[in-house]
Design a binder for this molecule. Structure first.
Ligand SMILES: C[S@@+](CC[C@H](N)C(=O)[O-])C[C@H]1O[C@@H](n2cnc3c(N)ncnc32)[C@H](O)[C@@H]1O
Length: 264
């Protein structure tokens, strides 16, 4: 007989983990329509200025390869600072936004999966920002991404990964609703479902503004920092630094995110 607590627990929404992996498509992020409002939604959300400052230092003159270059939030300011930038992105829509901006046409971009794509040369710095490592569907793909980054590094080159530290304590019955954007004219609320066995979080962000609602789904195969360190080791890299943010704040037990610098 089932225990009472198990009887009351709603079933996990079909984990569909196999489907998440089998159907993985690197173009899906941009296909949701997010490309049209990515810059407006996240303009003041990410720590762009400090990130660019740190990347300029770490690049030691460049060039830099950005995996998941998107609309160029980091790439264009790096270019303005005199650093040659190359990119990989799975989404034609995101890359087309980059192309429409001043300088965007000067950035060579390979459209494809950054776990596999070949940018055709080596770099002193490869960067993967804002949790995008978690966009890959499973551990194997994430290890492949570390290997691919390592293949693109000159000897002693660096791979910088920014990601959140998984915090699943707030989930109840593996579900969570939380506010993300809270502005007078735009708010967004995210629903999240957790599959703790496969470390998959499936989210949909609902953005409300100007009388309309848009839904942006995204899957995350999340990993704790130590697992990312091990992936780096598997790829022949070692960790040189870990900060809590791009301002080099110390990484502590309370840190909600990390910027990790791996070295070949
Ligand atoms: C959250 S956006 C970050 C964009 C940019 N790096 C920034 O910091 O603003 C993630 C980007 O990664 C791309 N992306 C996600 N998974 C990918 C994959 N497997 N291969 C290539 N690009 C991918 C998306 O299309 C999107 O442009």
């Amino acid at each position: 007989m089932e225990r009472r607590s198990e009887q009351r627990r709603p079933p996990l929404v079909p984990p569909a983990y196999a489907a998440v992996v089998a159907d993985f498509d690197p173009s899906v992020y941009g296909a949701s329509g997010i490309a049209d409002e990515y810059d407006v939604l996240y303009a003041d959300h990410w720590e762009t200025e400090a990130a660019v400052e740190r990347l300029v230092e770490l690049a030691e003159g460049g060039p830099v390869l950005e995996l998941g270059i998107g609309t160029g939030r980091l790439a264009l300011p790096l270019l303005e600072r005199g650093i040659e930038v190359h990119g990989v992105d799975g989404s034609e829509e995101m890359v087309s936004k980059l192309r429409q901006k001043p300088g965007g046409e000067r950035i060579p971009v390979v459209v494809g999966d950054f776990a596999k794509a070949d940018a055709g040369r080596e770099f002193p710095l490869v960067v993967l920002a804002v949790n995008t490592i978690f966009a890959l569907p499973d551990q194997q793909a994430q290890v492949e991404c570390f290997r691919n980054a390592a293949r693109h590094l000159v000897p002693s080159g660096r791979f910088v990964v920014e990601a959140w530290v998984p915090d699943i304590g707030g989930f109840r019955h593996n579900r969570l609703v939380r506010p993300r954007i809270t502005r007078p004219d735009t708010i967004s609320i995210e629903t999240a479902e957790l599959d703790p066995v496969e470390q998959i979080m499936r989210t949909t962000q609902a953005v409300f503004s100007n009388g309309s609602v848009r839904l942006y789904p995204a899957n995350h195969r999340y990993a704790w920092p130590a697992e990312l360190d091990l992936m780096a080791q598997v790829a022949g890299l070692h960790r040189e630094e870990r900060w809590a943010d791009w301002r080099r704040s110390p990484f502590t037990a309370d840190s909600e995110a990390h910027v990790s610098v791996y070295r070949r």
